[in-house]
Design a protein around this ligand. Structure first.
Ligand code: ZN
Length: 134
């Protein structure tokens, strides 16, 4: 299952949300609607369920993993550091509120990721539909 702004059902329910506009999560280039692979880096775009731009990282969700592309202090450029959390290794997910911190256990460590409120709301809606509840 993937979410796309062209999906009429989704657009009606959330007219202001744009989840994945075919901006390549890997290199940031905008691709034409319906592209299967990124024009620039050839990443398989069909695997991306969700792509969120946040202040200090970009976050990609695929069916198998949560991927964090770290950005510099000003949020203007990526540092090249990429953290991949396979969904099968994530547990004890918590969506912090009112301070929006996305928390989960990964390899016996508590991970705390600060998210913009709007990104948190999207993640909270989409992630449970992807992740194995066990
Ligand atoms: Zn790309």
């Amino acid at each position: 299952m993937s979410y796309h702004p062209d999906d009429p059902e989704f657009t009606d329910a959330n007219p202001d949300l744009v989840l994945f506009t075919l901006i390549c999560p890997e290199c940031g280039v905008a691709n034409p609607d319906g592209s299967l692979n990124c024009l620039v880096c050839d990443k398989d775009l069909t695997q991306t369920v969700l792509f969120l731009e946040d202040d200090s990282f970009d976050l990609e969700l695929t069916k198998d993993a949560l991927i964090e592309y770290r950005k510099n202090f000003w949020g203007t450029e990526r540092t090249g550091k990429v953290l991949v959390y396979p969904l099968s290794d994530i547990s004890n997910i918590e969506y912090g509120s009112p301070i929006t911190r996305f928390k989960f256990d990964y390899k016996n460590e508590r991970q705390v990721i600060p998210l913009r409120k709007e990104n948190m709301e999207i993640l909270k809606e989409i992630l449970p539909q992807i992740i194995d509840p066990n």
